[in-house]
Each structure stands twice: as structure tokens, then as C-alpha cells.
Ligand binder design. Structure first.
Ligand SMILES: C[S@@+](CC[C@H](N)C(=O)[O-])C[C@H]1O[C@@H](n2cnc3c(N)ncnc32)[C@H](O)[C@@H]1O
Length: 325
């Protein structure tokens, strides 16, 4: 059995996998990301089904993020509302840099991960001008502490299993509990013990009065594909510790509504791909590579979901979500 420190290293390794897969998608033309290559030491070509899966994940989350960023624009004379984004277990995600490039970055963007990961990310940011340029004037970058601080962007180390650390981060990052806040945990909470992932969801509900929490993670551990998925990750030393606690779409919704969120929705990636993503874009990416694994594609997509929850005391997010389902 893996020790906790092995487990921690193995979970961090899933970030390298995700980053390499995103780069594979970029190289094939599925997604645009001018920064992800800076975080990959050994680029790898992924199979068409993996590329398509990552595209769907990227497009789904981006759609929700952009909806959040655009919400409330009309209310204040075209002055964008102040907003913040918190990425839990951000790994080497480059969304902040892309948003800066597109002129869409929120008032504050906070990325959290284990110190081992944030230290390496801080070092990579420090050594590439195109990343440093994006984080604003006179940033403080410390590889040793695993921290980056600028007015708009903070990268900070934390163990999400420790709510006291999250509370300390709240102050250190100068988060504002009254600002509309988008919290994203992409393939993260499922690696925590159920008690710990539930505590994070509750913490977020209590901290922010106007917020959206989005997760992307696995479902359906009970069937043959699900069993194989569990075995694969277990054999790599990073078991999906929370999967049996929230094994279905209903359970993912309850994870939120049981912990103080006003409403929650969960959809599997097969439904999201077919009904919620931009059709023209879908047609474009479907022509990028020869693809004949249709049966496996549907099964795979049925084992991943996006769940999102809303706490909307200011009435900003009444229409938030994938509205055409
Ligand atoms: C599968 S990667 C996903 C990275 C990123 N969210 C993405 O989608 O590209 C999971 C990330 O969660 C982080 N993580 C897992 N458990 C954590 C914990 N207890 N505290 C902080 N970070 C954690 C890992 O270090 C890793 O970077």
C-alpha cells in the first residue's frame, strides 16, 4: 500500500499528465494555449480519444468560466464588476495567462496547490518573460516558499485537506468574501478523503456570499469501465478516494446542496459534449484526426462529469449554467 507521501507525489504526478495532454491538444489544433508548452519537459502525443476528451473538458469549463466573468457586465455602465477566481489544485493550469492575454482576467486570480507543485510553477513563471509579463508589475516570486504575489495573481501552497491552511490563504491572498467568486476544482477533490473534500465544499459555501463552484471529475465506479479507471489510478498510487462517496450525478449535486450551496447541477461529459458545447467548434475539432472509437468514447465520457453549484445572494447568477439541457 502507498504511504501518504508516496500518495502525495503520485497525485502531483497527475498534474504532469494533465499538462502533457493539454499540450498534445494544442499541437493538434484542438485548443489554443500559448503558454502550456513552457510547463512540459517531455511533450507526448496523445491518442485521438484522449485529445477529444481533453478538448471537451477544456471547452466545458471555459464556457462556465466565461459566463461567470461576463455576468453582471450590464449592471454598472460597462465597467466590469470586480470578481475573483480561485483554482484549487491548479497544477500547471495556464488559464490566468490566457485570460490576461485576452483582456478578460478578473480582479484577482488565486491558484493553490501542494508546495512541491507551486514551487516548480513559481520557478517556471520566473524563468519565462512571457509568463512574468502577464502577472503584472513588480511581482514577488519565491521558488523557495512556492509563492507568487502580484496585485492580480497569487500562487500559493496549501494542503487542501487542512481547512486551517485554507483560512490562512484567504487572508494571505487578500480574498474578499463579498466579491463574486468562481471556484474551480478540476480533477482534484476526488483525490481527497471524502471528509476532506466535503470540508472544502462547505468552507467555500461559508466564505463567499456570491459564488459559483465548478468541479470536473469521475463518476460511476460501479461498472466495468469504472472499475478499470479505479484500478489504473490505484496502481499509480493515487486512488480516487472520494469517488465512492459521490459516485453519481445525483451524489455530486448533493455534495453541494448538503453543504450550504443554494442549487447544484451535474451533467456527464457525454451530455455536455452533445448538447452544451458550441456545435461549429465541435465540427471543427472532429475533423482534426481520424476517429473511430465511438463506443469507447461514449463510455468514457459517461464516466466524467461537470458539477456546478451556485450561491447567489446578489442575484448575479440566475441563468448560470449549461442552459440548453
Ligand atoms: C489531476 S491534477 C489537475 C491539475 C489542474 N486542476 C488541471 O486540471 O490541469 C490534480 C492536482 O491537484 C493537486 N492536489 C491534489 N490533492 C491536493 C491537496 N490535498 N492539496 C493541494 N493540492 C492538491 C495535485 O497536486 C495536482 O496538481
Amino acid at each position: 500500500m502507498a504511504s501518504p507521501s508516496n500518495n502525495r507525489a503520485a497525485v502531483q504526478g497527475t498534474n504532469d499528465d494533465a499538462t502533457a495532454s493539454k499540450l498534445s491538444c494544442v499541437k493538434k489544433g484542438y485548443i489554443k494555449d500559448n503558454y502550456v508548452h513552457l510547463f512540459v519537459r517531455r511533450p507526448m502525443k496523445r491518442s485521438p480519444i484522449i485529445n477529444r476528451g481533453y478538448y471537451a473538458r477544456w471547452a466545458a469549463i471555459r464556457k462556465l468560466l466565461f459566463q461567470f466573468l461576463d455576468a453582471g457586465m450590464e449592471t454598472v455602465d460597462n465597467t466590469p464588476l470586480k470578481k475573483q477566481v480561485i483554482s484549487l489544485g491548479a497544477g500547471y493550469d495556464t488559464t490566468f495567462f490566457q485570460l490576461q492575454e485576452e483582456g478578460k482576467a478578473p480582479t484577482l486570480y488565486v491558484e493553490l496547490d501542494f508546495k512541491e507543485v507551486t514551487s516548480k510553477k513559481a520557478a517556471i513563471i520566473n524563468s519565462h518573460e512571457q509568463l512574468r509579463d502577464k502577472i503584472g508589475k513588480s511581482p514577488i516570486i519565491s521558488q523557495e516558499r512556492g509563492e507568487v504575489h502580484s496585485e492580480k495573481y497569487k500562487l500559493l501552497p496549501v494542503d487542501l485537506c487542512n481547512i486551517k491552511e485554507l483560512d490562512a490563504i484567504f487572508d494571505l491572498a487578500q480574498l474578499d468574501s463579498s466579491l463574486p467568486t468562481f471556484i474551480i476544482a478540476e480533477c482534484v477533490l476526488v483525490y481527497l478523503e471524502p471528509r476532506a473534500s466535503r470540508a472544502v465544499v462547505k468552507w467555500a459555501a461559508e466564505k463567499f456570499s456570491s459564488s459559483v463552484f465548478v468541479i470536473y471529475e469521475q463518476i460511476h465506479p460501479e461498472d466495468a469501465f469504472g472499475q478499470q479507471m479505479i484500478k489504473n489510478l490505484e496502481s499509480r498510487g493515487c486512488p480516487l478516494l472520494s469517488l465512492h462517496d459521490t459516485p453519481s450525478l445525483e451524489a455530486k449535486q448533493l455534495l453541494f446542496t448538503d453543504s450550504g450551496w443554494q442549487k447544484a447541477t451535474a451533467l456527464d461529459m457525454d451530455a455536455i459534449y452533445n448538447k452544451c458545447l458550441d456545435m461549429q467548434e465541435r465540427h471543427r475539432i472532429e475533423r482534426l484526426e481520424i476517429f473511430d472509437e465511438f463506443e469507447e468514447w461514449h463510455i468514457m465520457q459517461e464516466h466524467y462529469c461537470v458539477a456546478y453549484a451556485v450561491k447567489d445572494l446578489k442575484g448575479l447568477f440566475q441563468t448560470f449554467g449549461f442552459c440548453n439541457v
